[in-house]
Design a protein around this ligand. Structure first.
Ligand code: GDP
Length: 425
């Protein structure tokens, strides 16, 4: 049985979406297994350029089934908007190619409100939340105060359940933050409005996927964000609230009994990070702005300028290991073409000691980058399709990274387009 996970090795925005878009051709079912609409995949294909926040990237191929697994959290209004936008662009979306797990938890308007209220309370020490309600909804999931998508089918049960939950949530909103309470009527109306649109897509994913796997269908898991935002192994507390690890993919999809056999880790040829938290190899000022512009590093979901810097091999090695990557795709190599000399961070210095291991989050703030410098190649490489046709220094860069992270780099992406990639055998 063939299953593959496409996962982020760094802080997210590695170009996972474009890799799923490319690889999806070989798979029958594409699954998002964690996260909500707090991040985005940008995909450029023959239909145009799209920022997908929730929908799996296989949605552009109408013969594929796309699944939002139980590990995801779903802002139903946002999802309806995303479906509508794609339909307007001529992409066909129906229950034939989209399925939503009945066990996925709904992001409610009060989660979004609570996210903003807490970020405001944190004031000058924010977590860098995208304020889409993701931390509050995952918090509620584990507090067992969440509402599952499947509850939309039972109005009486839903009303009763929501009434109990709302009592608790309003105590929090008004008592802790002095905010405005939410009414049961407004919340029911909200669920009715968007729930009605989404009901045809909601189903039980476990049996569907198990049967599909037995029929020989191939499954592709698509992560949102990278290892350094993983709730357990990332730069806590500046993480997301879920697990984008390949190891979590079967659980977040509804198939804990089906192992992942191929893990493609996506790493960018340089480092970027959206939001707060320690980011050791960060550039500032003019050189940062140059790299940001060259790479178009502005958040797909929020438009926020991303923090940028040279490739951090300490973090990338750690990310490769934590993902259990069986191969790596190195993206955006073309962006580095303007540099004469390319620094890469090969180690950290923490409290005067050199380390090649990724430190405990509490120590990261003290880490200083140790750089090595490689020669640039100084020409456009976007039209190159064979590794041996790359300038020698570009080949050396890829081979250097490969040796440092201890994993085969089987894809080198040299542009955003579907075809702009070098596949190495
Ligand atoms: P994701 O969340 O991991 O899918 O990453 P994003 O979509 O946020 O960011 C990736 C961005 O880089 C998108 O705008 C892609 O179109 C673009 N991109 C992906 N691969 C390449 C590449 O090899 N070269 C260039 N120049 N852009 C790329």
């Amino acid at each position: 049985m063939e299953t593959c996970a496409i996962v982020g090795i760094n802080w997210g925005d590695e170009g996972k979406g474009r890799m799923v878009d490319l690889i999806a051709e070989d798979y029958d079912i594409i699954i998002r297994y964690q996260g909500g609409n707090n991040a985005g995949h940008t995909i450029k294909n023959s239909f145009g350029t799209f920022a997908l926040n929730l929908l799996p990237s296989g949605i552009f191929r109408k013969e594929k089934m796309n699944v939002l697994g139980n590990g995801t959290v779903i802002d139903i209004r946002h999802l309806c908007g995303e479906i509508e936008k794609l339909c307007n662009a001529g992409i066909e979306i129906s229950p034939e190619n989209l399925m939503i797990s009945s066990r996925a938890i709904i992001v409610m308007p009060y989660h979004v409100a609570l996210d903003g209220l807490e970020e405001a309370r944190l004031s000058d020490k924010p977590y860098g939340s995208t304020k889409r309600g993701i931390a509050p909804v995952y918090g509620d999931k584990y507090m067992k105060k969440g509402i599952m998508m499947g509850e939309l089918f039972d109005r009486d049960y839903l009303s009763e359940h929501l009434k109990d939950i709302l009592e608790y949530k309003n105590l929090q909103i008004t008592g802790v933050y002095g905010g405005e309470p939410f009414t049961l009527e407004a919340m029911i109306e909200y669920l009715d409005t968007y729930g009605e649109i989404l009901k045809p897509y909601i189903g039980e994913t476990s049996n569907y996927l198990r049967n599909a796997a037995h029929e020989g269908k191939k499954i592709l898991y698509e992560a949102q964000l990278g290892v350094l935002r993983d709730i357990d192994f990332g730069i806590y507390p500046y993480t997301s609230s879920s697990s984008p690890l390949a190891a979590y993919a079967p659980i977040g999809s509804g198939t804990p009994d089906i192992p992942v056999t191929r893990v493609i880790g996506i790493a960018k040829a340089y480092s970027t990070c959206v939001g707060e938290g320690p980011f050791t190899a960060e550039w500032f000022g003019e050189e940062a702005e140059k790299l940001r512009k060259a790479g178009g590093e502005y958040g797909a979901a929020t438009g926020r300028p991303r923090r940028v810097g040279p490739l951090d091999l300490v973090a990338t090695r750690y990310g490769t290991q934590m993902q259990g990557a069986t191969e790596v795709a190195l993206t955006k190599l073309d962006v580095l073409s303007y540099m004469d000399k390319i620094p890469v961070c090969v180690a950290y210095e923490v409290d005067g000691e050199l380390t090649h291991d990724f430190p405990f989050p509490g120590k990261l703030g003290k880490a200083k980058p140790v750089y090595e410098t490689l020669d640039g190649w100084g020409c456009d490489i976007t039209s190159i399709r064979r590794f041996e046709d790359l300038p020698v220094n570009a080949q050396r860069y890829v081979e250097f990274v490969e040796a440092q992270i201890g994993c085969k780099i089987s894809f080198v992406s040299v542009g955003p387009g579907r075809e702009e990639i070098i596949i190495r055998n």
